[in-house]
Design a protein around this ligand. Structure first.
Ligand code: CAO
Length: 415
């Protein structure tokens, strides 16, 4: 089977998490991704959070599947010459260096255009133009500056970061879309272009419902679906909403059987209006069906937390999976709180290729997350991440270097 991005060559200058998630996606769609790393060092994540001494970390292996790795000192004149050849041959350069690093290396947008006017140069930075544009940025900085932390957590606690890597992987996903759009536009213009995704912007895009709420709050002073209603206090900014649903259907996380010892024995329960009668029947509160204090969503809102406490009396008698089975029969929307252990062992996720076991020459077998985007005409086979410089000889040969040239460059530590 062919792949959607067959024939597209990516010069992958990315490191850590945000950029590598982008180029890994492109590789899964069939692009030839050549990861350029520093000789002897490589991507810093190869050595971070190691669980096996001297073996590429899971941090690295899980972000760099389906790529080739070459080592190249791109500050050395001979390394620069090799990079120029790569720029001429590739369609896209992707980078997430600190601001200005590519320019300092001598590869400004103007220089890249001279070398290859069709090249797309895609960058991730922490911030777009403005007061923080020169800052180095990691995941949690972006979560804080993008509006996620101030709106996550409980009202009586501090701002909170989330486990989902919306700053890094979220921005990588945005950039991948920008690259594919630029490749599409190039078909008609013949020109490359700059594509930029700032981590703050990507987080804000994912938090757009909270900017919605900011404007609602300014207009009305309260938001009835927030747990601060009716007894709490609203300030002038969107408050933290605990586990309240971000939409129009009230929801909360409720304890299930075993919660005393299992930190994940919980279920997300949504009291969707069309199934309210079913909720009442399931939890044994049929008298609520016609009670004017409970019969309508508007009547329920001021007493939604006591309602959830009553529902919890029922969920506490069931495991989260038993509760799921019962509630799903009535189309009551709910979701078990799954631990990473449960997800790793879930057969359905293995069957769809969302959780994949990969074999690695020095690490052995490990689990990873496969391509979450499924395409009927471009399937994804997840192959292991490359060892540092594993494809240097192969790629240098493709660039026209002889084995003697390669040996000389290696002796001079250029590769
Ligand atoms: N050969 C020679 N030099 C190389 C090289 C190579 N193959 N690859 C990288 N370098 C050099 C760069 O040119 C840069 O040199 P200068 O500082 O002299 O210009 C240097 O290595 C370090 O690059 P860096 O500043 O990007 O790396 P860092 O570890 O200091 O910072 C990070 C890391 C992530 C904070 C920074 O890259 C950044 O802010 N990136 C943008 C935002 C981003 O993607 N953050 C998410 C990271 S994932 O949590």
């Amino acid at each position: 089977m062919s792949k959607a991005l067959d024939g597209v060559k990516i010069l992958d200058f990315t490191h850590v998490q945000s950029g590598p998630t982008c180029t890994q996606l492109l590789a899964w769609f069939g692009a030839d991704v050549i990861k350029v790393e520093r000789a002897g060092e490589g991507d810093a994540t190869r050595g971070q959070l190691r669980d096996i001494p001297d073996v590429d970390s899971l941090y690295f292996t899980m972000l760099n599947h389906n790529k080739r790795s070459i080592t190249l000192d791109t500050k050395n004149p001979k390394g620069k010459a090799a990079l120029e050849k790569l720029i001429k041959q590739c369609d896209v350069l992707v980078e997430n260096f600190a601001p200005g690093a590519l320019d300092r290396m001598g590869f400004t947008w103007e220089r890249i255009q001279e070398l290859n006017p069709a090249m797309i140069v895609a960058s991730i930075k922490g911030f777009g133009p403005g007061p923080y544009e020169d800052c180095k940025v990691y995941e949690n900085v972006a979560q804080c500056a993008g509006g996620s932390a101030s709106t996550t957590g409980f009202d009586d606690g501090p701002p909170m970061v989330t486990g989902a890597q919306i700053g890094d992987s979220g921005t990588g996903l945005h950039l991948a879309l920008g690259i594919v759009a630029a490749l599409y536009q190039r078909k008609t213009t013949g020109r490359g272009q700059k594509v930029m995704a700032a981590m703050q912007d990507a987080v804000l895009n994912l938090c757009r419902v909270k900017l919605r709420d900011q404007q609602r709050l300014e207009r009305t002073g309260i938001m009835k679906e927030y747990p601060q209603y009716p007894n709490g206090v609203f300030g002038d900014a969107v408050p933290r909403a605990g586990n309240a649903s971000g939409g129009g259907q009230p929801g909360w996380i409720l304890k299930c059987k075993g919660w005393e010892t299992d930190p994940n024995a919980y279920i997300y329960f949504i009291t969707q209006a069309p199934v309210w009668k079913s909720v009442c029947k399931v939890i044994g509160k049929e008298e609520w069906i016609d009670d004017p204090d409970y019969a309508t969503p508007t009547a329920r809102l001021p007493r939604i937390m006591p309602i959830f406490e009553t529902i919890e009396q029922w969920t506490k008698t069931k495991t989260k999976f038993e509760a799921m089975d019962i509630l799903n029969k009535y189309d009551i929307p709910c979701g078990p709180i799954l631990s990473m252990k449960e997800i790793a062992e879930e057969p359905a996720l293995r069957a769809t290729g969302t959780v994949v076991e990969v074999d690695h020459p020095t690490r052995g077998k490990y689990l990873t997350v496969g391509n979450p985007i499924k395409m009927s005409d471009s399937s994804t086979e997840v192959t292991r991440s490359p060892l540092l410089g594993e494809h240097t000889d192969e790629v240098m040969t493709e660039l026209g270097y002889t084995m003697e040239d390669i040996a000389a460059l290696r002796a001079e530590r250029v590769i």
